[in-house]
Structures are given as C-alpha cells and as structure tokens.
Design a protein around this ligand. Structure first.
Ligand SMILES: Nc1nc2c(ncn2[C@@H]2O[C@H](COP(=O)(O)OP(=O)(O)OP(=O)(O)O)[C@@H](O)[C@H]2O)c(=O)[nH]1
Length: 375
C-alpha cells in the first residue's frame, strides 16, 4: 500500500469511528429511556434484567470499538460493519421492548432510528433484509406476548403497531433512495470537477513550460534565466558570488550558410547537451537568443567559473557533429564576470557582453573575463 492509499484508508477509518460515536449517542438515549422506564415502574423485568441492558450494550459496543481501533474491521468485506452493528442494535432493542409493557408502541420507533444508520449506506436489498428482521423481531414479540401474556395487549392494537412500523420502515427506503441518488450525483460532479482541475493543472504546467523553455534546445529561455538569476541574486549573502558567462558560437552564420539551417539547429542542440553535461545540477544554462547562451553558476569564484566555461569550450571545439562534414568543428567565445550581492543584473550582463566582445575581438574560441571581475 502506498502513502496516498494509506492516507485514504486512515481518512475512511476516522469516518467509520465518527459514525460509531454517533451511534453511541443513540445508545445513550436508550440508556436514559431504560432508567426512566424503570424509575416510573413501567419496566416489567427484575432489577438484574434492567441492568443486563446496560451490560449487553456496554459489552457489544466496547467490542465494536476495539474492532475499529485495532483495524480488525478492515479484514471484513464491509469495513464499516454497518450490518453487524444494526443487527446487534435490533436485537438489543427487541430485548428491551419485550420488557417495557404498554409503552412498547412508543419505544418501537427506535427501530427506525437504528435502520436510519443503514439506509444511506447499504444497498436497497440489504436494507430490506434488515428492515424485515426488525419486523420479524417485533412480530415475534407480539406472538410471544399473546401466548405468555407478559402484559395484557389487544391483538388488533399490536398488529396496528406492527403495520405502522412497516410503513415507517418502507418510507425510509424512499428517503434512502433519494439521499443516495443525491450523493451519487454530488460524487459524480466532484469527480468531474477534479478531472477538470487536473486537466487545467497540466495545461498550466504546459503553458508554464512553454513560457520558460526554448523549444529547439529544451533549455530554459532568456525570460526564465533573468527571473531565476534575479531570485538567486537576492538570496546571496555577503561574500558570496554567482558566476555569469555569456557564450556565443563563432561564425555560426557560416554554418547555416554552408550546411543549411537544419544543420545549424542540430549544432545548437548539441551545444546545449555539451554545456548541460559539463555543469552541476544546480547551475543554469539558458538560451539567451539566437546562437547566444548564458550560464549562471551558484557559489562560484572567478577561477572556477573560468575553468568551467573552458571545459565547455574545449568540449565543443573537439566535438564531431553528425550534421557537419568530417573534420568541421564549431567553436565558441565567452565573456565572464561575477555577480555580487545586490548587484544590478542588467549591468553585470552588459559586463559579460563586453568581455564576450573582447573574446571575439581577440580572435574567438576563447574565454575572457571582464576587467572588473579581477577587482
Ligand atoms: N540554425 C539556426 N540559426 C540561428 C538560430 N538563431 C539564430 N541563428 C543564426 O545565427 C546566426 C548568427 O550570426 P551572427 O550574429 O552574424 O554571428 P556569427 O556568424 O556567429 O559570428 P560571430 O558571432 O561574430 O562569431 C544568424 O545567421 C542567425 O540566423 C536558430 O535557431 N537556428
């Protein structure tokens, strides 16, 4: 079971316990009713019998509590244990009704309360079976009373009570079906909404990706680079520096002119791969535009920056391109500088650009640092 499945199971288990606690409030009412019935002299059994209602209630409910708390309920087909809980309650209720004499008709309504717990949860057939059990229980009480004469009751009144109980229980089916349909509709809407949200989220991700990635090289674009460099710049603490390098492929126009635009594209893609493979995961290489690229190295001094850019330059200079004729190589020039805390990014980029211009002027295929980078 993975993490999200476990979380879902915990959530359901908490809900089952909540339902169980709610059922306990009904038991509390029943305990009060028993006490009042006993105190007013309407209870027909002995004191020990009166106490047995409490004992049975406590034992059965504590058992259910333990089953839920230990997670034993998860081994059952229906972990909510709706059916066993209802059957136990129906039997306890019938036992109580057997001993309350003429007020039986009033307390009988508790059958409906008990079945209410199942009407939204169980299938219609399961509900009908449990409702039938309630009716059988009550009918048995009538029959037993007629034979044993525990207390005087007219058969007509008893049958009328049974009929009224049957009507109430049937009415619960209508209510249950209505609420269940409503719940299913809500669930359906909820899942549709979730699907829409998911689609929207992935579209947003795609849009974000499109807005920040260069389609040809799959590198971050200029916009992403500026935002990220500015963010990292604000995080710099005193004494720390970021390494900045502006890279331009040499005589790239010639490659396009001599070997075609597609070959040029492939060179750009290969360069992106070479640069990426020579950097650490946290460093950034972005396409700045055309055949110009930019690097940002975290926590970097001038020597490290120079070394890193040189590694890329040499990697490119020796790389055989499948799109170019045998022996044709591509070179690059780079201008580098450092970014200090609270520096203006544009100003540092223009310094790297000046250094790049110098590298081009000095004959290309080299890395030049801006003079201020030595300061
Ligand atoms: N194939 C291809 N070419 C591009 C792309 N973007 C820009 N270019 C080409 O890159 C070339 C850049 O040429 P220039 O700016 O003259 O520079 P260069 O030829 O590299 O010369 P130096 O930079 O001075 O070494 C132009 O011909 C652009 O059309 C692209 O996405 N694909």
């Amino acid at each position: 079971m993975n993490d999200s499945e476990r979380k879902q199971q915990d959530r359901f288990q908490a809900l089952r316990l909540q339902r169980f606690y709610l059922a306990q409030s009904t038991y509390m009412i029943a305990y009060v009713v028993i006490a009042v019935t006993w105190a007013t002299g309407h209870y027909l059994g002995s004191n020990a019998m009166a106490l047995s209602h409490y004992a049975l209630g406590f034992i059965t409910q504590f058992t259910f509590f333990l089953i839920f708390k230990t997670g034993l309920n998860l081994r059952f087909r229906d972990p909510s244990l709706t059916s066993p809980q209802i059957i136990v309650a129906l039997l306890l209720q019938t036992y109580l009704l057997a001993l309350v004499g003429e007020i039986r008709g009033t307390i009988m309504v508790a059958y409906c309360l008990i079945l209410l717990f199942g009407v939204f949860q169980m299938s219609r057939t399961a509900y009908l079976i449990h409702a039938a059990l309630a009716l059988v229980c009550y009918a048995s009480l009538i029959v037993i009373n007629q034979y044993l004469g525990i207390y005087p009751q007219s058969l007509t009144v008893a049958l009328l009570e049974w009929f009224i109980l049957a009507c109430f229980l049937l009415w619960l089916i209508i209510l249950g079906s209505y609420i269940r349909a409503l719940r299913e509709r809500l669930q359906q809407r909820h899942s549709t909404l979730q699907q829409h949200q998911q689609t929207l989220r992935s579209m947003m991700d795609q849009l974000q990706n499109l807005a920040t990635t260069d389609a040809l090289t799959d590198l971050p674009n200029r916009r992403y680079f500026i935002e990220e460099a500015q963010r990292r710049n604000t995080l710099l603490s005193r004494g720390q520096t970021l390494g900045l390098a502006l890279i331009d492929l040499d005589h790239f126009k010639r490659i396009n002119d001599l070997y075609g635009h597609a070959a040029g594209d492939q060179v750009l893609q290969e360069f992106a791969r070479i640069a990426r493979s020579n950097l650490r995961g946290n460093d950034i290489v972005a396409r700045f535009g055309g055949e110009e690229f930019v690097l940002l190295l975290d926590n970097c001094d001038l020597a490290t920056l120079h070394h890193c850019v040189e590694r890329i330059r040499q990697g490119l200079a020796t790389h055989p391109f499948s799109a170019l004729p045998e022996g044709v190589r591509c070179t690059m020039s780079a201008g580098i500088c450092l970014i200090h805390p609270e520096d203006d990014l544009e100003w540092r980029i223009s310094q790297a650009d000046e250094a790049l211009y110098q590298a081009k002027a000095e004959g290309r295929n080299r890395t030049c640092a801006h003079e201020q980078a030595y300061a």
